[in-house]
Design a protein around this ligand. Structure first.
Ligand SMILES: *Cc1c(COP(=O)(O)O)cnc(C)c1O
Length: 448
């Protein structure tokens, strides 16, 4: 018998040529965006808000949508296809009969999977004649990804960054500026909605909702600018299916199929990108795969209500049918800030509603999650982003469950980004004065 494959690569010629659009394969029609009872129509505003091509994709019922050749070149430039790893070191440390495989979105040039949609949106925006992209960012990964994509295709980029985070991530700010982006702490004095708050308090901590309003207002007041979104919407999840499509080809190469598919979920873009091609197999090929979305108790949106709600605090967007905690919900701060969003993407919400997606929410102090990420780092050698640590933790918990039951399940999990710029967050939760743990000590740390 040959040794198990440690790394499964794809040739550059095997980069997927199409994204997968799950909409025609959904077991029930997806509830469309809707207007609130009162106020101006948000739905009619969508064509003025989104990139034309992206709006078309948002509503498309075609199963496969071609990735333009020039964009495939950009994906290659960003290092795709990315390897799938077998976590042999981790399996050994856990003593599990399960087989663990992880997808390496941490190889992204800016640190997260968000480049997959940032490149697509920047490419289409330039094709449609725009000169500048505007957006908001919370944790900073999306702002960096869009700054990167804009620079590669030759567009300007303006980022409104929630001030509370802006102030404590000087390295990520520096990175965005090196990429040529114009970055403003939000609320800023540059927009009407920002100015109102800024004039009252120049140190206002801001919020994602306020930053979205600023990005939208900025783009609306400049015909050469367009606003971009990094998660939640159908077309964003579709761009991200490049992750799961590559992973499927990689599993095919070794003749393995996962029993369990896991990732972290904030708005749903990396979970959707990884899981939707496998969910498609459930609907079209009768596969019996189980799916788990890992969340924080600070923002367990999949345990909220399934109803129509706004995607933003300022109520500028249409209502979306989704699992939501309420668009004005207060959520305790966590280091995995990218998971702190009140709603889950409509596609994944529908699938959760129909019972195809399970969820787990970890304590908001993040100790349990980061302890597991540390074990992953020390056995596999990669430092996950704080958000991705939730995916790692969930996969490890499931592998330990397999140890109890003796089941040799195949577990696939996505690592949506690296944590090189979040070491301070890890330090605050864990401290750094830990000696390398022996196998016995891991058992003590992890409680098994
Ligand atoms: C933004 C982000 C997330 C959460 O967003 P999703 O849209 O749910 O994927 C997770 N991981 C990383 C690294 C991120 O940057």
């Amino acid at each position: 018998m040959s040794a198990p494959e440690r790394q499964i690569q794809l040739d550059v010629r095997e980069l997927p040529t199409h994204w997968y659009n799950i909409i025609p394969d959904l077991p029930e029609p997806l509830p469309p965006p809707r207007d609130p009872e009162e106020g101006p129509s948000r739905v009619e505003q969508l064509p003025n808000l989104l990139i034309h091509e992206c709006l078309g994709q948002e509503m498309s019922t075609e199963r496969w949508i071609e990735i333009p050749g020039e964009l495939r070149e950009l994906y290659l430039q960003a290092g795709r296809p990315r390897p799938l790893f077998r976590a042999l070191g981790l399996e050994q440390a856990l003593g599990t009969p399960a087989q663990l495989y992880y997808k390496s979105e941490f190889y992204s040039p800016t640190g997260s999977h968000k480049v997959n949609t940032a490149l697509a949106q920047a490419y289409y925006a330039r094709r449609e004649g725009y000169k500048r992209l505007t957006t908001e960012t919370g944790a900073g990964q999306w702002g960096t990804a869009l700054a990167y994509a804009a620079s590669l295709v030759g567009l300007a980029c303006t980022v409104y960054w929630v001030r509370a985070v802006y102030n404590w991530k000087p390295q990520r700010l520096g990175f965005m500026k090196m990429l040529g982006a114009d970055v403003h702490a939000s609320p800023s004095p540059r927009t009407e909605s920002g100015r109102k708050l800024y004039d009252r308090d120049p140190n206002h901590p801001g919020s994602l909702g306020i930053a979205i309003s600023e990005g939208l207002e900025d783009a609306r007041s400049d015909p050469g600018a367009v606003y971009c979104l990094g998660s939640v919407l159908n077309h964003v999840l579709m761009h991200q299916t490049i992750i799961g499509l590559e992973t499927q080809k990689q599993f095919e190469k070794i003749g393995v199929y996962p029993d369990l598919v896991i990732s972290c979920l904030g708005g749903g873009s990396n979970f959707g990108g990884f899981a939707l091609p496998f969910l498609g197999d459930v609907f079209t090929k009768g596969r019996k795969t189980r799916f788990i979305a890992a969340q924080s108790q600070s923002a367990p949106n999949l345990q909220g209500e399934y109803r129509y709600d706004f995607a933003d605090h300022a109520e500028i967007t249409p209502l979306l049918k989704m699992y939501t905690l309420g668009h004005r919900a207060e959520m305790a701060p966590i280091k995995g800030d990218g998971l702190r969003y009140h709603g889950c993407s409509p596609i994944l919400s529908l699938l959760r509603h129909l019972g195809f997606i399970d969820t787990v929410a970890y304590p908001a102090d993040e100790r349990h999650v980061f302890e597991h990420a540390l074990t992953f780092l020390r056995t596999e050698g990669f430092l996950p982003a704080p958000e991705s640590a939730y995916s790692v933790c969930c996969a490890m918990d499931e592998a330990l469950e397999c140890k109890r039951t003796g089941e040799p399940k195949v577990i696939a999990f996505n690592i949506s980004g690296h944590g090189f710029m979040d070491i301070e967050g890890y330090r605050e939760v864990l401290g750094f004065d830990r000696e390398t743990a022996s196998e016995k000590e891991w058992h003590a740390v992890l409680g098994f």
